[in-house]
Design a protein around this ligand. Structure first.
Ligand code: SAH
Length: 348
């Protein structure tokens, strides 16, 4: 069992199980999440006997930087991390005027199959533990010497497909490095059952839903999940979520040339979202050559945004950071894996 993936409460239970005093939990928690050490031997306020006992019974997750790319355009840094067994995930540090945001992965790969997304190409390798999600933030903070104030779970993977670990991650970030729920955004392709479950917890996180279409017909062309949950059901769940939590829900909408970017599409979208505590974030799509998905033209993006705004829908267009370092949507991890395959082939 990985101690870094446990909340303080869970750590206390473990200490009781092995006959230790509950206050040990707080000491160990601080080592793992404040001082962020990687081994029991570094926990110097614990006796050697206790450290030995812990290492016999438990493990501590760790990840290491495999590659790092710094954008010349905007100081965005892309990290590739290696987990156990050589599994690769990616994270991004984005520097905004209000502070640093880290975009983390929740799974290695993904099984949702969105056709514009590079993370899904080889399917799901495995879900990440809470510790592995936290470590992406810790390592980036250590590497840059800078504080991280915001986290967006928009790297590879579907966070609501790794629901229990996601919740532990959110609790531990609050207890440890003190990133409050209001500074955490969870992005989902729209698992309606899980959104309903999440609403009941009344967390203060921001929920972002990848919509990417104004209706089922278009959504089903790019997102297999749209065959399971219809768009009306999804938007109803978002309405209920906003009602229960009083938190504004973001809809992400990647604009793909000729597919979902007409002003008629915008008008239909506005009608569907009318009256909700919603925000639409338009994302000029990162080209996916394999599928011929191209970014919409500048004027099309503007017209789309204006149509939404004029119909009373709060709308922003996402700035593109780190485009020179493939800092988007699983692209770097994919390239890295392809490169490794090539290297391995040529060394044979
Ligand atoms: N599985 C979650 C979170 C990871 S993806 C989700 O679907 O929301 C984070 C965001 O990047 C999603 O909105 C996703 O649809 C979007 N995305 C994926 N590939 C993209 C691409 N090529 N261009 C623009 N956005 C993309």
């Amino acid at each position: 069992m990985d101690l870094r993936s446990l909340t303080q409460e869970q750590l206390k239970e473990e200490m009781l199980k092995i006959g230790e005093k509950p206050f040990r939990a707080k000491q160990i928690f601080d080592w793992l999440h404040i001082k962020q050490v990687g081994s029991f031997d570094e926990m110097t306020n614990l006796s050697k006997a206790l450290r030995d006992k812990l290492s016999q019974n438990y493990s501590i997750s760790d990840i290491k930087i495999a590659e790092k790319l710094i954008s010349k355009q905007d100081n965005t840094i892309k990290y590739l991390f290696e987990l156990e067994n050589g599994i690769i995930i990616e994270s991004v540090l984005m520097r905004y005027s209000y502070g640093n945001t880290v975009c983390i992965s929740s799974q290695a790969g993904c099984r949702m199959g969105c056709r514009f997304c590079a993370s899904t190409v080889d399917g799901l390798e495995r879900s990440l533990s809470a510790g592995e999600m936290l470590l992406q933030i810790y390592k980036i903070s250590q590497d840059t010497g800078e504080r991280v104030g915001h986290v967006v779970i928009m790297g590879s993977g579907e966070p609501l497909d790794n629901y229990d670990n996601l919740l532990d991650f959110i609790r531990i970030t609050g207890e440890g490095i003190g990133i409050g729920q209001r500074h955490i955004t969870v992005s989902t392709c729209g698992l309606v059952d899980k959104i309903n479950e999440l609403a009941k917890l009344k967390l203060q996180i921001t929920l972002a839903i990848s919509l990417h279409a104004p209706n089922d017909e278009i959504r089903r062309q790019t997102m297999p999940i749209a065959n399971k949950y219809g768009i009306d059901e999804l938007i109803a769940a978002a309405r209920a979520y906003a009602d229960t939590t009083k938190r504004r829900v973001t809809f992400e909408y990647a604009l793909i040339k000729g597919l979902n970017d007409s002003t008629e599409n915008a008008a239909e979208l506005a009608d569907r979202l009318k009256g909700g505590l919603f925000h639409v974030n338009l994302i000029p799509v990162n080209d996916v050559k394999e599928n011929n998905y191209l970014r919409s033209d500048e004027h099309t993006i503007k017209a789309f945004a204006q149509t939404l705004s004029s119909k009373g829908i709060e709308t922003t267009v996402r700035r593109r950071l780190g485009s020179d370092i493939n800092a988007a949507c699983g692209q770097l991890r994919k390239r890295y894996k392809e490169k490794k395959v090539l290297e391995n082939d040529s060394s044979r």
